[in-house]
Design a binder for this molecule. Structure first.
Ligand SMILES: [Zn+2]
Length: 457
């Protein structure tokens, strides 16, 4: 008798019995055993990190590198193997697929997302992963020659990993835990649902994106056509982390035009106007206490990241980041006021323009409280303590939220990301897998949203 039949029988028996407080208990139905799932997670992860999918900021093409194309095909093949329907790889190597509902009741469609690329700033080629079983608490040497080691200084969270299975790289490359942990967790969930058809679930959409690290991939996703009500990115770090907030973000461009054709010796009482001085005055007027290096936690900042000059034209490019709408508006006024001041000081300027461009929004306002509560319940049902965190940056979830799909981020067990010291904790990956399984069963008991816009209320 194969596993599928056993679980079908188990499911049939249980359907007649009482439901537990958290609804159908997927672990009881399937007689959950952690060990084989950890093995699947490990094997998948080792396979994925050996594929070079480093993204690149040097091109506008999506995917930015060939390795991602290959990985997209591989992921699509694997989804099909586990019965996922409608598997597609589009021209941008975005992989999508649907696990159709197996219940009669109409329930919300949920999506799980992970990204296949790794950080552009460090090589992901010829990654040599190493598995450390039942970590004993000692220092882990990654590469003796280049003096790379994980210890309480380089990896403070290691103290929590006693007895866990860890995976590290071998120096010269990152590991790729960001976000191949997420890919492995989602794929293992897909396989588990396939192997255990007795677990009731609604429609589940799977999305694997390229070029998350450069922000370009998600832009190419046709979000509306997904038909999804709620989504989760599986791209977070430590056990229990639930990212529900990210920066509001806008960019600004200022152009000051001067007139420096006049001989400096005869500049007084002439049409002379110095655009270089205007640019530096503007920069100086920005408050020091609202800069990237003077702010942390929940405080936002203004950052000028480029000042360039060609003849009589100076161009300033910068960004504004803040969590709250109030601070975001206030920092925007600060930029506007500094610009107005410089403009007023330079009546002979031949041009002065300021343009703002919205980039992304804090997802917090578009996350329904019920969704957050349900997600925390899922973690608690798996004996995981949820911890809400804020991202001092943007996420793919922010782009989804802006398009009307609430999408918080769930921990995936990655640490020291984007570095040679990156590592994955297989036991935390397993906890993330259980969170996904619990979410699947909890969402199967919810009512679908009244309207597509319910999430925004
Ligand atoms: Zn990531």
């Amino acid at each position: 008798m194969n596993k599928r039949i056993i679980s079908a029988l188990l499911g049939a028996g249980l359907a007649l019995g009482p439901m537990c407080a958290h609804g159908q208990d997927w672990k009881t139905i399937t007689r959950y055993d952690k060990a084989p799932v950890k093995e699947q997670l490990t094997e998948r992860f080792l396979k994925y990190v050996k594929m070079d999918t480093q993204s690149s900021s040097d091109t506008d093409q999506v995917p930015s590198t060939k390795g991602q194309k290959q990985m997209a095909k591989q992921l699509a093949k694997e989804l099909k193997k586990y019965g996922v329907q409608d598997v597609k790889v589009n021209e941008y190597s975005i992989v999508t697929g649907l696990i159709p509902s197996n219940i009669k009741k109409e329930v919300p469609t949920i999506a799980f997302l992970a990204h296949m690329d790794t950080a552009p700033e460090i090589s992901g080629k010829d990654v040599k992963p190493r598995v450390i079983r039942k970590y004993n608490g000692q220092e882990i040497v990654i590469n003796a020659e280049s003096k790379l080691a994980l210890n309480s200084y380089t990896a403070p969270l290691l103290t929590k990993a006693h007895g866990h299975d860890l995976i590290v790289a071998s120096g010269g490359t990152l590991l790729g835990a960001d976000d191949k942990t997420g890919l492995s967790i989602i794929m293992t969930m897909v396989q588990y649902l396939y192997d255990h058809p007795a677990i009731s679930h609604g429609p589940i959409t799977i999305v694997f994106t390229p070029d998350e690290e450069t922000g370009a991939g998600i832009e190419k996703l046709d979000i509306a056509s997904l038909g999804v009500d709620y989504a989760y990115t599986v791209d977070g770090e430590d056990l229990g982390e639930l990212m529900t907030e990210n920066f509001n973000a806008k960019a600004f461009t200022i152009v000051f035009k001067g007139n420096r054709a006049v001989h400096p010796g005869a500049a007084q009482n002439s049409a002379f106007a110095d655009n270089l001085l205007m640019a530096s005055d503007f920069h100086t007027l920005l408050p020091r206490q609202q800069r990237p290096e003077t702010t942390a936690d929940k405080r936002g900042f203004i950052y000028v990241d480029e000042i360039s000059n060609t003849g009589d034209t100076s161009t300033i490019k910068g960004i504004i980041r803040a969590f709250s709408d109030e601070e975001f508006a206030s920092l925007t006024s600060t930029v506007q006021n500094a610009f107005n001041t410089v403009k007023a000081m330079n009546p002979r300027a031949t041009g002065a323009t300021l343009e703002f461009k919205d980039e992304y929004k804090n997802m917090k306002n578009s996350l329904p409280p019920d969704m957050i509560a349900l997600t925390k319940t899922a973690m608690q049902a798996e004996e995981i303590t949820p911890k809400e965190v804020s991202a001092r940056g943007g996420t793919d979830g922010a782009t989804l939220a802006a398009a009307g799909i609430p999408a918080p981020d769930i921990f995936a067990g990655m640490y020291n990301i984007h570095s040679e010291l990156e590592y994955a904790d297989v036991d935390v990956m397993e906890a993330s897998f259980r969170t996904l399984m619990r979410l699947v069963t909890l969402w199967a008991q919810q009512n679908p949203p009244a309207s597509a816009n319910q999430a925004a209320n």
